[in-house]
Write a protein that binds this ligand. Structure first.
Ligand code: PBG
Length: 324
C-alpha cells in the first residue's frame, strides 16, 4: 500500500517550490515608517529599536533617496516634537512651518515621486502624551477630531499624498474627508488605522518619539485586544466615512483579524508590524537565539498570506535588500 497522492512531489526542490508558491513579497508591498527630529546631521539610534534611527531633515533627504533606490516608494512620517512645543491642544501640529510640514517638503523635494503618508494623532504634540485633547482626565472626542482635521489639512497643504489617522477618535475619517473635499484636496487619500488595538507592543515607538501617555492608558480609544467583531464594525464604518485604505495594527498577533477584514471589505488592507514586534526579533537575533533574516521573511510573508496588501514595517529596508 502506497499513499494515493504524494504532496511532497511539489516540494522536491526550489524550482518546483517557487513554481507553486502562493505568496510573493516585493518592495512594492512596503510602507516605510520614518522618525524625524529637529537639528542638523542627526542620525540617532533608538535604544529599543536596534538599527532604526531618527533623522534630521538633511539626513532624511539622504535616507529617502536610498529607500527609493531599493524600490521602496512609500513612506509614513512621524515627528519627535521638542517638549517646549507640546501642549494639550497640539497647537504645533498645525504650524505650517512645523517639523512634519517641513519633513513632507523635504521628502517631496528629494524624491518627488515618493508617496508621502503622514501620521495624524496628537500624541507626539500632546503634553499629556495622548492622541486627543484631555479634559478632566478624559480624552474628549469631538474637539480632538477638529484638531485632527486641521492637522490633516495642514499636511495636505505641505504636499502630503495621504494622511494616516492613528488616533481612533470616532468620526474623524468623515470629518477629514469632508474637509479635504471642501478645501479642494480631492486627491488626498486617507489610510485609516481602523482596527487599532490598545497594545503593549507600541512601547519602543513611544521611546522613539518620547510620546508615552503621561497618565493612564489608551484603552478608552484604542480597541480591546480580546475583540474581533468590533474590528469589523470599526473598519466598515471607516470605509463608509471615506477611508481609501484600512489598517490593522499590530501585525503578527492580529493576523486572524487581517484575514477576516480582507474577506469582508473591498478596499486595500494594510497591516502594521509595530515597534515591539521589530524589537523582539532584533533582541532574539542579537542573542543568537533566532535567525534574523529567516524569521523576518517568515513574518512578512505570513502577513501577506493573511491578506494584507500593504505592510508598514521597520524591516522594509532589510527585506528590500534581501529581496534584491
Ligand atoms: C500614535 C501611534 C502609535 C503607533 C503609531 N502611531 C503609538 C500609540 O498609539 O501609542 C505605534 C507604532 C509602533 O509601535 O510601531 N498615534
Amino acid at each position: 500500500m502506497y499513499p494515493l497522492k504524494r504532496n511532497r512531489r511539489l516540494r522536491t526542490n526550489e524550482a518546483i517550490r517557487s513554481l507553486v508558491r502562493e505568496t510573493i513579497i516585493s518592495p512594492n508591498d512596503f510602507l516605510v515608517p520614518l522618525f524625524v527630529v529637529e537639528g542638523k546631521g542627526v542620525k540617532e539610534e533608538i535604544a529599543s529599536m536596534p538599527n532604526y534611527f531618527r533623522y534630521s531633515l538633511d539626513l532624511l533627504e539622504k535616507e529617502v533617496k536610498e529607500l527609493w533606490s531599493l524600490g521602496l516608494k512609500s513612506v509614513l512620517l512621524f515627528v519627535k516634537v521638542p517638549d517646549n512645543l507640546k501642549d494639550n491642544k497640539g497647537t504645533e501640529a498645525v504650524n505650517p512651518k512645523g517639523l512634519m510640514q517641513r519633513a513632507i517638503q523635504t521628502v517631496k523635494n528629494a524624491c518627488p515621486e515618493m508617496l508621502v503618508m503622514t501620521d495624524v494623532a496628537l500624541d507626539p504634540y500632546s503634553s499629556y502624551g495622548h492622541d486627543g485633547i484631555v479634559e478632566d482626565g478624559e480624552i474628549i472626542n469631538d474637539d480632538s477630531v477638529e484638531v485632527l482635521t486641521a492637522m490633516s489639512i495642514s499636511h495636505a497643504e505641505a504636499g502630503a499624498d495621504f494622511v494616516a489617522p492613528s488616533d481612533m477618535m470616532d468620526g474623524r475619517i468623515l470629518s477629514i474627508r469632508e474637509a479635504f473635499e471642501d478645501e479642494g484636496f480631492v486627491n488626498m487619500g486617507i489610510m485609516s488605522y481602523s482596527a487599532k488595538y490598545a497594545s503593549a507592543f507600541y512601547g519602543p515607538f513611544r521611546d522613539a518619539l518620547d510620546s508615552a501617555p503621561g497618565f493612564g492608558d489608551k484603552k478608552t480609544y484604542q480597541m480591546d485586544y480580546a475583540n474581533r467583531f468590533e474590528a469589523i464594525k470599526e473598519t466598515e464604518m471607516d470605509i463608509d466615512e471615506g477611508a481609501d485604505i484600512v489598517m490593522v495594527k499590530p501585525g503578527l498577533c492580529y493576523l486572524d483579524i487581517v484575514r477576516e477584514i480582507k474577506n469582508e471589505v473591498d478596499v486595500p488592507v494594510a497591516v502594521y508590524q509595530v515597534s515591539g514586534e521589530y524589537a523582539m526579533v532584533k533582541a532574539a537575533a542579537e542573542k543568537g537565539w533566532l535567525d534574523h533574516d529567516a524569521v523576518m521573511m517568515e513574518q512578512l510573508i505570513a502577513m501577506k498570506r493573511a491578506g494584507a496588501n500593504i505592510i508598514a514595517s521597520y524591516f522594509a529596508k532589510d527585506a528590500a535588500k534581501l529581496l534584491g
